[in-house]
Design a protein around this ligand. Structure first.
Ligand SMILES: Nc1nc2c(c(=O)[nH]1)N[C@H]1C(S)=C(S)[C@@H](COP(=O)(O)O)O[C@H]1N2
Ligand SMILES: [Mo]
Length: 220
């Protein structure tokens, strides 16, 4: 979704854009993840809030495809069985949402982004990634952030299939950045030579979103 296709932003979009302008939740403090597990301005929650723009899209399992495209040597389109045939990894990591809740010790299973990169092989000019979702949400990452050691395309959480409300059948998880970078209902992964800010990044959110640097909103 961009400004052209989104003429009447929802209430949620409007309040979050206002928070970005006002600098809501900012403490002005930074920290180091090695020293402080909970980033500045965050509080712990035990439940798992559901946050998205337009609700859970209907995704028919037999129609589901993941397309990996753009500046890669070996673009792929996988159906569900082909996706599950890829190497599977388990990571336990924390969630940090820009609206200030954090949730510790989430057990994710799926395809590590590093294993995906070995299959599709980004071209030398590829430095950025855009995630496209079934609800038309987009978000962008540098190739380096996408390739983080504990980032994965997750289809299981807590030893069960990832719930549809939380992005099932498949979502991205990039634990070291705010959770808006972790696209739910993943449909397409696009590799690019140039950065291309996504839905929230063009609406006042920070382009990178490091929670320990409190990169909630863009500086300009
Ligand atoms: N496809 C899609 N992914 C999305 C979103 C969305 O609206 N659509 N919202 C983002 C935001 S702002 C957050 S905080 C997390 C919330 O994930 P959760 O609902 O599983 O907690 O998903 C992110 N990924
Ligand atoms: Mo969010």
């Amino acid at each position: 979704m961009n400004d052209e296709t989104d003429p009447s932003p929802s209430k949620l979009t409007r309040s979050k854009q206002r928070w970005a302008k006002e600098g809501r939740f900012l403490t002005g403090r930074t920290a180091r993840p090695e020293e402080e597990r909970l980033p500045p301005g965050q509080h712990l929650t035990r439940d798992w809030p559901i946050l998205d723009l337009t609700g859970t899209p209907d995704i028919l399992p037999e129609r589901w495809r993941l397309q990996v495209t753009g500046a890669v040597e070996n673009p792929v389109i996988w159906d569900w069985a082909q996706f599950l045939a890829q190497p599977q990894t388990t990571f336990v990591s924390d969630i940090h949402c820009v609206t200030t809740w954090s949730r510790y010790d989430n057990r994710w299973e799926g395809l590590a982004t590093r294993d995906l990169l070995e299959v599709v092989r980004p071209k030398p000019n590829s430095g950025f990634v855009v995630l496209h979702s079934f609800d038309n949400y987009t978000t962008n990452l540098s190739l380096e952030d996408f390739a983080a050691e504990d980032a994965l395309l997750a289809h299981r959480w807590s030893d069960a299939p990832l719930a549809a409300d939380h992005g099932g059948p498949l979502r991205l998880v990039v634990p070291h950045l705010y959770f808006w970078k972790s696209a739910k209902w993943l449909r397409k992964i696009e590799f690019l030579g140039k950065d291309a800010p996504g839905y929230w990044e063009v609406r006042g959110y920070h382009n990178r979103g490091d929670p320990w640097q409190e990169q909630r909103y863009s500086d300009d």
